[in-house]
Design a protein around this ligand. Structure first.
Ligand code: ATP
Ligand code: ZN
Length: 290
């Protein structure tokens, strides 16, 4: 039977802001491009059964929960604050930040008990309330939408609970970070009742995301080594299966090819040099199919 309506997966993305560019970049590099015009709220994809809905990040959890969108890309902080039950299907490794408590620099911090009886300004009342309940702290939570960091300076609160990435905003407002309550990054959230056809599209999309993300954190390495050192070098280079070893035209030498992860990178290079590797080339990987 011919289906007259093709199933489309609807993804909610931040319209503009800190998650927008990285989200679009990930979709693009996954071969999912949108016909976006200026100010458009809905966009169809070319070549993949996905439709994007551009929203404020605050609205993404509910939109996915209600099923208006099937999935979304949002910060874990926003997901936790809104409290809608969704499935986190993938951590995306961008939009990294932390939610922290900060107090005036001049205050002597005695531990979390310092907050007893204090007034704390935040845009994340739900997460903070839960934290204070767990720690049995009686504090007043004062919700404000933005510019939280100026609240103590203008006498609106004794302390703040807010997003911190580098900490420079805190310093500029004479505040000091005294405790991290949660670490956050962008995640893909999904409605818990996705129909099987949509789940299938989601799985295909996640497969592409995985390939793109793996390629970003891995490098292709090529090097030359005398044959008697090949064994040692192969031990250092794990590769996807095992390294490729090819003879060079120059007798007694081989070329070795492998894949190494960014985290191991400098350590591995130092070990390779110590093992007599020469002419080491490091090449970016476009896509990595796992
Ligand atoms: P919107 O207009 O969509 O409501 P917003 O102003 O609430 O945008 P942004 O500042 O664009 O939000 O931040 C979106 C998300 O990016 C945050 O919820 C958080 O998950 C993440 N993020 C990462 N680093 C930072 C940072 N330094 N400051 C603020 N948010 C950050
Ligand atoms: Zn927002």
């Amino acid at each position: 039977m011919i289906k007259d309506t093709e199933t489309i997966l609807r993804i909610a993305l931040q319209k503009s802001g800190r998650l927008h560019d990285d989200s679009m970049d990930l979709m693009n590099r996954s071969g999912i491009k949108f016909n976006t015009g200026a100010g458009r709220l809905v966009a169809q994809s070319t070549g993949f059964p996905v439709e994007a809905l551009f929203l404020r990040d605050d609205d993404i959890p509910q939109t996915v929960y209600d099923g208006v969108a099937d999935i979304g890309i949002v910060g874990e902080n926003e997901y936790a604050e809104k409290g809608y039950e969704l499935e986190i299907v993938k951590h995306l490794n961008f939009g990294k930040c932390r939610l922290s408590l900060a107090i005036p620099k001049s205050e002597h911090y005695t531990g979390v008990g310092w907050f007893d009886g204090k007034k704390v300004a935040t845009s994340y009342p739900r997460i903070l309330k839960k934290f204070f309940e767990e720690k049995k702290i009686q504090a007043e939570i004062h919700e404000i939408a933005g510019s939280v960091e100026i609240a103590p300076g203008i006498g609106l609160a004794d302390a703040i609970f807010d997003i911190v990435s580098s900490g420079s905003t805190l310093v500029a407002n004479s505040l000091k970070e005294v405790g991290v309550v949660m670490y956050s990054q962008a995640v893909v959230v999904a409605n818990k009742n996705l129909e099987p056809e949509k789940r299938e599209i989601l799985d295909q999309m996640l497969f592409r995301f995985n390939s793109v993300m793996a390629s970003a954190t891995n490098k292709y390495v090529l090097l030359n080594a005398p044959n008697e050192r090949v064994k040692d070098i192969v031990k250092i280079l794990p590769g996807m299966k095992s390294p490729t070893v090819l003879p060079l035209a120059q007798e007694g030498w081989s070329s070795i090819h492998s894949v190494i992860s960014e985290e191991q990178f400098w350590e591995v290079i130092d070990q390779l040099k110590a093992c007599g590797a020469e002419g080491i080339l490091i090449i970016p990987i476009e896509k990595m199919i796992l």
